[in-house]
Design a binder for this molecule. Structure first.
Ligand SMILES: NC(=O)c1ccc[n+]([C@@H]2O[C@H](COP(=O)([O-])OP(=O)(O)OC[C@H]3O[C@@H](n4cnc5c(N)ncnc54)[C@H](O)[C@@H]3O)[C@@H](O)[C@H]2O)c1
Length: 260
């Protein structure tokens, strides 16, 4: 069977480099090439220099990818996704920071161009399970806050994962969480999303961490996920690549791919 040809958009970045390594280690995948505005040299483990370009349109034409994996930033991703979708390239999008309108446009591009698209704000299995468990607890505990902690080069805040978590918790609960007994404060208490305060910490030394803390009379429940290395995202990305080549349409979230 022909290998799935994968183009990595943002190939010089932290996540992009990890995706390049993951694709090269999968027997049913081939790296069609990498694209980034920052020039880099991509090499295979045996030292072979791999195709790289700073021009996405040219790369799509020359490298004939089946799938484009995008880990850039929302501003760069939207035009790239338009270009790839219109060329019939399936998409796996891990970039965060999209507006609801942008996500709506990506869904429409998937349908109009009859391609497979997976967008996931977090490809780590543990993070997806954290959200799943938070949905269960949300039905039983009346108070909740989220602390998300990331490295200091992250551009968006609150993180895509914390926003997804807050929305999932409210959806599962079906009614708002209760505010603190002292009432809403005028001092900064993070950003309120769906009535849940999200606190964003940005420090060097951190990678990606999140704690969902539930409170009730006389007890708290904490659900925490810590990313130790970026390798944790790769099984999710690889699963998404295999899915988009055989399934048309728009899928939002790794939980949908895992059947949670
Ligand atoms: N979904 C997930 O599981 C997950 C996990 C980690 C990070 N992320 C997200 O992935 C994105 C990338 O994260 P990162 O840590 O790799 O960032 P990074 O800054 O290390 O990499 C981004 C890369 O995109 C490139 N880029 C920027 N503008 C571009 C353009 N116009 N055209 C082509 N390339 C361009 C940059 O040069 C850089 O190499 C962020 O949005 C981050 O929040 C998602």
């Amino acid at each position: 069977m022909a290998k799935i040809r994968v183009l990595v958009h943002g190939a010089a970045g932290r996540m992009g480099q990890e995706v390049v390594r993951a694709v090269l280690s999968e027997p049913d995948m081939a790296l069609a090439g990498g694209v980034d505005i920052k020039k880099t040299v991509l090499t295979a483990p045996d030292g072979t220099v791999l195709p790289f370009s700073t021009d996405l349109a040219g790369a799509i034409k020359d490298y004939s990818p089946d799938v484009m994996v995008d880990f850039t930033n929302a501003k760069a991703s939207v035009p790239a996704v338009r270009l790839a979708a219109k060329a019939g390239v399936n998409l796996v999008i891990g970039t965060t920071g999209f507006t609801q309108d942008e996500l709506g446009e990506i869904r429409k591009l998937a349908e109009e161009n009859r391609i497979g698209v997976v967008v996931a704000a977090n490809f780590a299995l543990g993070a997806v399970l954290m959200i799943h468990l938070a949905r269960i607890a949300a039905k039983f505990m009346d108070h909740a806050e989220i602390i998300e902690l990331h490295h200091d080069r992250k551009l968006d805040a609150p993180s895509g994962t914390s926003l997804t978590t807050a929305r999932a918790m409210l959806e599962a609960r079906g009614k708002p969480f209760l505010p603190p007994a002292a009432g809403e404060h005028t001092i900064s208490r993070g950003q309120a999303v769906e009535g849940i305060s999200i606190h964003s910490v940005r420090l060097p030394g951190l990678m990606a961490h999140q704690e969902v803390i539930f409170g009730a009379a006389g007890q708290t429940l904490s659900i925490r996920h810590d990313t130790i290395t970026r390798e944790c995202y790769m099984p999710g990305v690889v699963l998404a690549i295999r899915t988009v080549v055989k399934q048309q349409g728009f899928i939002y979230g790794l939980d949908r791919l895992l059947g949670l």
